[in-house]
Design a protein around this ligand. Structure first.
Ligand SMILES: CC(C)(COP(=O)(O)OP(=O)(O)OC[C@H]1O[C@@H](n2cnc3c(N)ncnc32)[C@H](O)[C@@H]1OP(=O)(O)O)[C@@H](O)C(=O)NCCC(=O)NCCS
Length: 427
């Protein structure tokens, strides 16, 4: 670690509409790290507004010994951000989660332990503040296990052929309507919240979301005028879903609609929105990179093979900071008991525990470090917590070590989620 590095954590701030000096330098570094364009003053102002609205805590790492022609000393060589949003741990049950984002280290400073220092400091602050879980979405899957994060939810990158083979077995009820995409930032939050409350694995959305999905401000800071939106009304006239999308262009083969966000509070609304997307003339494919792994669409189609999965991507990575609080928060569908030891080099989840579930509630208690049924690393605990990952598969991979026969199956049964685990939020 270079002695000339200064680590500073500060709240995102503004001077009038513009970012304050620390936030402006941090934003420059963040866009550099993610290979984006330098922000214009207007884009920087918008980004600062979102960060402030989210109450994001920003960390910048400053190199006080940078050579003369380096980027200005106010532009950090590394960035890191954290903020709070609710994680739905069971249908109707939410837990405040410590979200981590904007992790970058400049190419000239990588692999010297800067990420490790930012991460360990930040997780310690989150644990002190009382968070039971931390979460992130990852650009690469090889970085975060070492810090105790495991993949807890997945998405399917879907391609749906919408030529004449696309037909639903039963026509959905209600009606779809094309709306002005500028209305999305106003309409989307309430619909998302209704979806989010019921959906295990879902993470609350940050301030930028409405503008991003509507294309008002893209990652590059411009408006995407190709963005469109449709909503669905139930037979009772209740708004219960929306989709935002864009045409991929006349060069796309086959002509393709790219979905940028899809939220339905009822299964019927989801099928109706798919029916709408499939009805867009001059196009014969719809893609959606954040589809649920267990989509009712396949069941509803006359020919389920019109749906293909191009990729399975990890989405939410979870890190348990306080196992006692985290396991008491979620609901359980089966009664039983199992014990396990967690190896956690950062300490937060380390120890031996017994999980006992009864009548829908669960209790995790520390036990003497003697015999346990199972043993795992902290990242495995994060992966298994919501019930979206299978403990038996983790055991088959050697990630979960079984000392009592069939105890991985017992853990799987106890942690099984009441509904499929899925998150359509990225941060
Ligand atoms: C990923 C990134 C932040 C790593 O920063 P860094 O300061 O080089 O990381 P550190 O030196 O602290 O490395 C800590 C550990 O992670 C490992 N590591 C870091 N980046 C890794 C990567 N991309 N893949 C695999 N391992 C990685 C290091 O080898 C080191 O391992 P060790 O603990 O066994 O020694 C940096 O490469 C980066 O900015 N990448 C581009 C932006 C990005 O993808 N950010 C992540 C967003 S989710």
């Amino acid at each position: 670690m270079t002695k000339s590095l200064e680590f500073r954590t500060f709240p995102a701030g503004r001077d009038g509409d513009a970012p304050d000096a620390s936030t402006a330098g941090w934003l420059e570094a963040d866009t550099l790290g993610f290979l984006g364009r330098r922000p214009t003053p207007a884009h920087a102002a918008a980004l600062a507004g979102y960060l402030v609205e989210d109450a994001q805590a920003l960390t910048g790492v400053y190199d006080t010994a940078a050579p003369a022609h380096s980027l200005h000393a106010d532009i950090p060589v590394a960035t890191f951000a954290s903020f709070e949003r609710p994680l739905t741990v069971s249908p109707g049950v939410q837990l405040p989660a410590h979200l981590i984002s904007s992790v970058t280290v400049r190419a000239t400073h990588r692999r010297r332990g800067i990420l490790r220092r930012m991460m360990t400091d930040d997780l310690a602050r989150a644990a002190d503040a009382g968070f039971a879980v931390a979460a992130l979405t990852a650009s690469e899957a090889s970085i975060y296990r070492r810090f105790g994060f495991g993949t807890a939810t997945w998405v399917h990158d879907l391609a749906v052929d919408t030529d004449s083979r696309f037909a639903l077995m039963t026509l959905p009820q209600g009606q779809c309507s094309v709306i002005d995409v500028h209305d999305i930032p106003g309409l989307a939050p309430a619909l998302f919240d209704a979806f989010h409350a019921k959906q295990p694995g879902s993470i609350g959305r940050h301030a930028q979301y409405g503008d991003r999905i509507s294309g008002r401000i893209t990652e590059e800071g411009d408006e995407d005028r190709g963005r469109r939106a449709a909503v669905h009304y139930s037979d009772a006239g209740v708004l219960d879903g929306y989709v935002t999308y864009r045409f991929a262009g006349w060069h796309s083969q086959p002509h393709t609609i790219e979905v940028t966000d899809f939220v339905a509070t009822e299964p019927n609304a989801s099928l109706a929105l798919w029916q709408y997307l499939a009805s867009i003339d001059l196009t014969t494919r719809v893609t959606y990179s954040s589809g649920p792994p267990d989509d009712a669409l396949r069941w509803a189609l006359v020919d389920p093979r019109v749906v293909s999965v191009k990729n399975v991507d990890d989405r939410i990575w979870l890190r348990i900071l306080d196992p006692i609080v985290a396991f008491a928060a979620r609901a359980y569908s089966h009664d039983g008991s199992v014990s396990f030891r967690v190896d956690d080099p950062l300490g937060f989840a380390a120890g031996s525990f017994r999980l006992t579930t009864e009548a829908g509630a669960g209790r995790l208690e520390r036990i003497a470090d003697a015999h346990v049924d199972l043993e795992m690393d902290a990242w495995v605990l994060g992966a298994l917590y919501l019930g979206g990952a299978d403990a038996r598969t983790a055991s088959a991979a050697g990630a979960l070590r079984e000392f009592t026969p069939s105890s991985a199956a017992t853990l799987q049964r106890l942690l099984a989620s009441a509904a499929p685990v899925y998150a359509n939020t990225q941060f």
